[in-house]
Design a protein. Structure first.
Length: 78
């Protein structure tokens, strides 16, 4: 059963019982991702590391080394 089907069943059940409607699927995804990021930054501060943006650092690593380990940049020429 997909998330949408479950949501429709829950919405129908809530309307029949007079309960509050459930939140639509995916509504709080961004808030959850922000909470994970904030937690990672807080742990970095407690460990004495810089609390930069972890995804920005990962993106910069990919841009600096586009092939990565074993990628196109690591193959010898000739």
């Amino acid at each position: 059963m997909s998330a949408i089907e479950q949501y429709l069943i829950d919405t129908y059940r809530a309307s029949r019982h007079g309960d509050p409607m459930p939140p639509p699927p995916g509504r709080d995804d961004i808030a959850a991702l922000r909470a994970v990021r904030s937690h990672a930054q807080a742990e970095a501060v407690l460990e004495g590391r810089p609390a930069g943006h972890p995804w920005r650092a990962a993106l910069l690593r990919l841009l600096r080394h586009p092939g990565g380990p074993g990628g196109a940049c690591a193959t010898p020429r000739g």
